[in-house]
Design a binder for this molecule. Structure first.
Ligand code: 5GP
Length: 193
């Protein structure tokens, strides 16, 4: 998505070897118009595939997921993160290791909001090592829901997330911007989906 790539070039900041900071428009301060355009693009990419629900993880997945849900005209559920290890009968749970935060969170979705009747689209802001996506997949699998695909705002293609997702059986993945490399603090894109 050209508009997103232009914004990443203008406002994104490369931190260290493999982190892109986009908190001025994506995951701290939010540009609602850009977010809306991304939601419309997700809806275009996944239209006519029978999606009944959009699933994401708090916090930074919520904005793009809501915009995708708005465009697809379906409800949005975000998995809550908790550090608690207490198991609950009324929620689907999975452990997700965050590379950026270097800690493990349990993510959970109340059983009232995900069922075997659902055909879900998984949304996240980044695809890096794939842990968040695999965690969402585990919740959907537990519920017996059908996973239609995954929509990612920014994929770092030089990290193994997509491969891990494919190996887990998640194939219909579309990323709005794909980063091939960081070179001298600059972002190098590859052709997006
Ligand atoms: P994964 O589980 O695929 O390794 O990483 C996905 C999660 O880590 C995303 O939800 C995102 O919050 C965070 N993340 C991974 N890489 C980056 C990055 O380069 N920049 C930012 N801002 N967040 C990232």
């Amino acid at each position: 998505m050209k508009e997103l790539e232009a914004r990443i070039k203008e406002d994104g900041r490369v931190l260290g070897a493999d982190i892109l900071k986009v908190d001025s428009f994506l995951n701290h301060q939010i540009d609602p118009k850009l977010m809306q355009a991304m939601g419309a693009e997700f809806a275009r990419l996944f239209k006519d595939q029978g999606i009944t629900k959009v699933i994401t993880v708090e916090a930074s997945g919520i904005a793009p997921a809501v915009m995708a849900g708005l465009s697809l005209d379906v409800p949005v559920v975000f998995a809550r993160k908790s550090k608690s290890r207490i198991l609950s009968d009324d929620a689907y749970t999975a452990d997700v290791y965050s590379y950026t935060k270097q800690s493990t969170n349990q993510i959970r979705i109340d059983k009232r909001f995900l069922s075997a009747d659902d055909h879900v689209l998984l949304i996240d802001d980044f695809l890096a090592n794939g842990q968040a996506l695999l965690g969402m997949k585990a919740l959907a699998d537990d519920a017996g829901a059908t996973i239609i695909g995954a929509g990612i705002v920014i994929e770092k293609s030089f990290q193994p997330g997509r491969q891990a997702a494919i190996e887990a059986g998640l194939t219909n993945i579309h990323s709005l911007a794909k980063i091939a490399a960081f070179e001298n603090g600059q972002v190098v894109f590859e052709e997006a989906d």
